[in-house]
Design a binder for this molecule. Structure first.
Ligand code: PMV
Length: 335
């Protein structure tokens, strides 16, 4: 057995997909507990994966994190593991190995798949077996969007009202085989995003005159998106998703100073998507806290659409994703 394998004997490996919000989460009602100010709806993205192995080890003197093969310090991960230790009533530190098969921290929601995979792997490695909604609550404490990646297909996150956040978790709206959509993740820039989502949300809430109207508008969008997904009404989903995306960005842009995630190519792609839709190709765009444009379409138009997107100047690549399953445990190494 190689040294690497023996170091991980007894570890638990979990895999989670990223997700893309159709109705955006942008604002917190409690920053410490990471409670969203409004609900959100997403599709889990099969094809964008985080794979995380966790091993608790009494010989360790601190938590050890390996990200994409590099040893890194991440206080947020240790805080997260502290919660797991408290839940499991144990004090030993953990070795964590995690890898994304897509660009990390570039606005592709690596925190969503990362904390979903960590929540599942860490709790199982600590000897806990949580219900999906409990895992969703735990994942939320790492990153709000991670609460949705616990579930496959289409997920809805509830803002909840309880001060302790026990009613703030996601649930599945429809499974991965409900609707054969594609989400074409169109890469528009390299490197990490310029404004982390937590700081940007707080800044928007504190300084944007559009923040409150934005939050007040979310419930009607959730109702429309939920109905469109359940009835597979592509045009209705296109309309409400683009509105949600543009309203989220409008609230951030109106902050003081304004937060601007888009590049020129981002805007070119939005125009192209609308032109193609006007010509009869069912497609729509959405954009998170970064420059990349995610374009939804039916599976039957994915190939033609991908070719069109690749022709645009400044597009660095296109990742074709589909509704994926919820987070799962891959295997348990023999201990
Ligand atoms: O949960 P975070 O910190 O990854 O923030 C997510 C924010 C958006 O991606 C812009 C919207 C969303 O709902 O995923």
């Amino acid at each position: 057995m190689t040294q690497e394998l023996s170091a991980w004997r007894g570890g638990i490996t979990a895999i989670a997909h990223s997700n893309i919000a159709l109705i955006k989460y942008w604002g917190k009602r409690d920053v410490t507990l990471n409670l969203p100010a409004a609900g959100s709806i997403s599709m889990t993205l099969g094809g964008l994966n985080t794979r995380t192995t966790v091993l608790f080890d009494e010989a360790l003197r601190s938590d050890e994190l390996w990200l994409n093969g590099q040893r890194v310090d991440d206080p947020k991960m240790s805080t997260f593991l502290d919660r797991v230790r408290r839940m499991a009533g144990r004090a030993d530190f953990a070795r964590v190995k995690t890898a994304n098969d897509f660009p990390t921290a570039a606005g592709l929601a690596s925190s969503a798949s990362g904390f979903a995979a960590l929540a599942l792997a860490a709790t199982r490695a600590a000897g806990l077996s949580l219900e999906p909604h409990e895992l969703s609550i735990l994942a939320r404490l790492g990153s709000g969007s991670a609460a949705r990646s616990i579930f496959g297909g289409f997920a809805e996150m509830s803002a909840g009202q309880a001060q302790d956040g026990q009613d703030s978790f996601a649930h599945q709206l429809a499974g991965a085989d409900h609707w054969d959509l594609r989400c074409l993740v169109t890469l528009c820039a390299q490197g990490p995003k310029k404004h982390g989502s937590t700081d940007a949300m707080i800044h928007t809430a504190q300084t944007s005159p559009y923040y409150e109207p934005w939050i007040d508008d979310v419930p009607q969008a959730l109702d429309r998106a939920r109905a469109a997904i359940l009835s597979r009404d592509f045009d209705a989903l296109a309309q409400v998703s683009e509105e949600s995306c543009l309203r989220m960005h409008a609230s951030a842009m109106a902050a003081g100073p304004g937060i601007l995630y888009w590049r020129g190519v981002t805007v070119e792609l939005m125009h192209l998507v609308r032109e193609l839709r006007a010509q009869g190709m069912p497609c729509f765009f959405t954009i998170d806290a970064g420059p990349h444009v995610k374009v939804f379409c039916l599976a039957s138009s994915a190939q033609a659409l991908e070719a069109k997107l690749r022709e645009v100047d400044g597009v660095l690549g296109v990742l074709v994703t589909h509704p994926g399953q919820g987070a799962w445990v891959e295997d348990e190494h023999a201990s």
